[in-house]
Design a protein around this ligand. Structure first.
Ligand SMILES: C[S@@+](CC[C@H](N)C(=O)[O-])C[C@H]1O[C@@H](n2cnc3c(N)ncnc32)[C@H](O)[C@@H]1O
Length: 393
């Protein structure tokens, strides 16, 4: 293995690449260069493509180009150009908005995320082969997008497993301590250097806007946003529902949500720090009723082995929420765990409705926003499921 200058895969690994899946685990790697980098990937019958490698990583090879390439780096940068071109209209058209510009494997850019918040870019490069390319990446992003600033959010624990240093560093321009972003008519403040993910959950942006459009003119009285983080679903709801309560277990997240409410001049929100499981049970016991409940929990299944326990947890919160809803009310329920597929998700919702003895009509089956693209041959890229449901009786 030592001194290899190319990757050699097992027949099974080669089959996976031929079927256009970019990830290869240790068990399907026959030879691998001992330093992370960009290398040609071979199967038993010859060259399959080019990939980023890391012998320390669980996923040792991540293919970014299928087939031969005279200049593999040019092929990588072409993937970046294609990702930026896909979002160019939104980036130019909504200068105060928040978008994902690069969605890792969904854009054939392994482990690379670039989000834009009011033209301030946040980069996360979670594959070791990006390290020597970071200054060129910065230059390319600057010249294509002319951002106000560019921040590396390289503080995720995941980087340690890749053998990478953890840091947060401004790579270009200026990154303010707090930044305001516009989502439809809702304004929110984020801390790019310390917030969850790159600052906000941009994958739910389209769903939040859709829910707001759905609530307009319905005259609902009471809504509950469970797992609210900085309150974005709650803020969109508070523009059309009389009273909204945002629940999260993080006091810091709720403080941000409270600030966002005053930034929008909304006085009809309240904020509750609680464990969602306990709170839902307590509200049911107290006989509370709501017109809208949003459930946007963190990924309960971080790995495949967690699937059964995760499905039980998803069912528990959905069952409680369904019991809390008035006839005609709405349940908005999400799962961002890619180990829970769409069939599992809807089967879990059906089981919750059956146990709650409620008739529930699915109004919309949704997923992550358009700027988080899905590759058909990579099911892991289709991770967010969201159902907008109406309780008929
Ligand atoms: C996926 S994020 C929610 C994103 C949010 N809905 C948005 O649109 O920005 C999940 C949130 O759940 C919170 N959380 C995790 N476990 C919790 C629990 N047991 N009870 C309440 N909140 C929890 C986290 O603090 C985090 O803010």
């Amino acid at each position: 293995m030592l001194g290899a200058v190319k990757v050699v895969l097992s027949p099974r690994g080669a089959q996976r690449v031929l079927a256009r899946h970019p990830w290869i685990w240790h068990s399907d790697v026959r030879a691998l260069p001992d330093r992370p980098g960009i290398y040609p990937v071979f199967g038993p019958r010859g060259l399959l493509g080019w990939g980023m490698t890391n012998p320390r990583s669980r996923i040792q090879v991540r293919v970014f180009h299928f087939g031969p390439a005279d200049d593999p780096l040019a092929a990588l940068w072409a993937n970046l150009d294609r990702a930026l071109a896909f979002r160019a209209a939104a980036y130019r058209g909504e200068p105060e908005g928040g978008f994902r510009l690069v969605h890792a494997e969904g854009d054939l850019l392994p482990g690379l995320v670039v989000d834009s918040y009011a033209r301030h870019l946040v980069v996360q490069a979670h594959a070791a082969a990006w390290e020597p390319l970071l200054s060129e990446l910065t230059l390319r992003l600057e010249s294509a997008l002319e951002p106000a600033g560019l921040l590396a959010r390289h503080d995720a624990p995941l980087r340690e497993r890749e053998g990478l240093e953890r840091y947060v560093r401004t790579l270009a321009g200026k990154i303010p301590d707090a930044l305001e972003v516009l989502e439809g008519e809702v304004r929110y403040r984020i801390d790019l250097k310390a917030g969850q993910k790159t600052g906000a959950f941009l994958d739910q942006r389209d769903n939040r806007l859709r829910l707001e459009a759905y609530l307009e003119g319905r005259g609902y009285a009471k809504a509950l946003d469970v797992f609210a983080y900085q309150g974005l679903f709650a803020l969109h709801m508070a523009r059309h529902v009389v009273e909204v309560e945002a629940v999260d277990s993080s006091a810091a997240a709720l403080e941000a949500a409270r600030e966002n409410a005053s930034l929008n001049g909304l006085g009809n929100l309240r904020f509750t720090e609680a464990n969602a499981f306990d709170l839902l049970r307590a509200r049911e016991r107290a006989g509370e009723r709501y017109d809208v409940v949003v459930l946007d929990p963190p990924a309960f299944a971080a790995k495949k082995a967690d699937l059964e326990r995760a499905l039980a947890a998803y069912k528990e919160i959905n069952l409680r929420a369904l019991k809390l809803l008035r006839p005609g009310g709405l349940l908005v329920s999400a799962s961002c765990s890619h180990h829970v597929n769409e069939a599992d998700f809807y089967a879990m919702l059906a089981a919750a409705a059956a146990d709650a003895h409620r008739v529930v009509r699915v109004r919309e089956q949704r997923g992550q926003g358009w700027d988080h693209p899905v590759l058909l041959t990579v099911p892991e890229t289709r991770y967010l499921k969201l159902a907008l449901m109406e309780v008929l009786e």
